[in-house]
Design a protein around this ligand. Structure first.
Ligand code: HEM
Length: 404
């Protein structure tokens, strides 16, 4: 294939959202190619060096996200679409709310939820419920028990139904409207004094936050930012499911977790990193060229939508030996790199768009791994195939396990 696919790739991408970009790139023997995506000329990039370029000032996020993502996953007006000083000010709020020093407040609550589980569970559904309860309590969001099921479904639909070429996207759009309305009512109640969440809670901080010019966020934007904490925390359920799936698929790894959780070398953080590297969760990112630029011989004129391949970069053979093999040991001596392991974005947390929720994500996954390592559980017969056309690519039966 040439570096310029003459056809529209939207359907091909929807059919194979994780592997499409790296396959095409291999076919044209490069790290960049152009194609039409939803009729617009788009540049596709893959690999760690291209990721570094994607996070440079040659690209920005204003008006980059496609409409269907704003109508489902992201909402409108949130930190994802900001650039420059506005972005940095808003991002600092997130880093204060969900930074590394806040992790144990959440994992303690998650642990209590896990301890209440018994019998046969679908890991995905159980984790969504446990995480909804934990994050709402942590964030100061009132959630009576009779509403837990409804709110769990609503928050989960925001990330499970964000596929564009699928009838289920309508469920995602409906859930987004309901979630925005609910979160906006909570913001209004805090601002009017009807609700007084404890200090430092996400609900209170977001409702009362002022930008450097002293302005509060418009109510709908504050609602979107509150959901930017609640929704992705519930979405960690998918990584929990992939963790259990990996433990089942690699019994040797599960055995190492069981036998050596307190040994000098704690394997669990490495296992969690390897699950994050290999799981089909967030396939790609999109930005726009801020100015004329190029990559690997492909010109990228100012304004061009540009996609960065997350899946392929996490499995790039230039950064990872035997990238297709599940091997937590690769992280034993890993010194870290902001552009090779990018399941939650790359670059710098404070100045770029890298996910501020990485500490929560790893903390919760490690907590669940320790809990599972200490319990007896079996995997009943079921369809364990990962559905690589879905976002996230969950196992078809949502990972059933029997807890003793
Ligand atoms: C950004 C993935 C968990 C809050 C992102 C990005 C990705 C991502 C790929 C985009 C990075 C970029 O645009 O360059 C994930 C995955 C998670 C997760 C797979 C696992 C469930 C969380 C959690 C939180 C969170 C737990 C908060 C509690 C955010 C926010 C942004 C973001 C606010 C926007 C940051 C910005 O635009 O500067 N995430 N994330 N995420 N994530 Fe996460």
């Amino acid at each position: 294939m040439t570096r310029h696919a003459p056809f529209d790739v939207s359907l091909a991408l929807a059919r194979d959202p994780y592997r499409f970009v790296s396959r095409q790139a291999r076919g044209c023997d490069g790290d960049a190619f152009t194609a039409r995506l939803m009729l617009r000329k788009t540049v596709f990039l893959t690999g760690p060096a291209a990721a570094r370029h994607f996070y440079s000032d040659a690209f920005h996020r204003a008006e980059a996200a496609p409409l269907f993502l704003k109508l489902t996953l992201f909402g409108r007006g949130g930190v994802q679409g900001l650039d420059g000083p506005d972005h940095r000010a808003r991002k600092a709020l997130f880093l204060r709310l969900v930074g590394p020093d806040r992790v144990s407040e959440l994992t303690d609550r998650v642990r209590r939820g896990l301890d209440r589980l018994s019998g046969r569970i679908a890991v995905q559904d159980a984790a969504e419920r446990v995480l909804t309860r934990a994050v709402c309590d942590w964030a100061g969001v009132p959630l009576p028990d009779h509403e837990l099921g409804r709110r769990t479904r609503m928050l989960s639909e925001l990330f499970e139904h964000a596929v564009p070429v699928s009838p289920s996207v309508l469920g995602g759009i409906t859930a987004r409207r309901a979630a925005d309305d609910w979160a906006e009512r909570l913001i209004a109640a805090v601002r009017s004094g009807d609700l007084s969440p404890p200090p430092n809670t996400a609900l209170r901080e977001i409702a009362l936050w002022r930008d450097p010019a002293g302005r509060r966020l418009p109510p709908r934007t504050a609602a979107v930012e509150l959901l930017n904490v609640l929704r992705p925390t519930v979405a960690i359920s998918a990584f929990v499911t992939f963790l259990v799936h990996a433990m089942h698929a690699h019994p040797d790894v599960a055995e190492q977790m069981r036998t050596a959780p307190d040994a000098t070398r704690d394997r669990i953080p490495d296992i969690v990193q390897e699950v994050r590297r290999t799981a089909p969760f967030f396939p790609m990112l999109i930005a726009r060229a801020r100015r004329d630029t190029d990559w690997d011989g492909v010109p990228i004129p100012a304004g061009t939508p540009t996609v960065l391949d997350i899946w392929g970069t996490n499995r790039d053979a230039r950064a990872w030996a035997a990238p297709g093999r599940f091997s937590p040991d690769r992280f034993h001596d890993w010194r870290g790199d902001a552009f090779t392991l990018i399941p939650q974005g790359g670059g710098d947390h404070a100045t770029g768009h890298r996910c501020p929720g990485e500490w929560f994500t790893k903390g919760i996954m490690e907590e669940v791994a320790r809990w599972l390592a200490a319990r007896d559980w079996q995997v009943p017969p079921q369809d364990l195939t990962l559905d690589m056309t879905s976002l996230p690519g969950l196992p078809r039966d949502r990972m059933l396990i029997d807890l003793a």
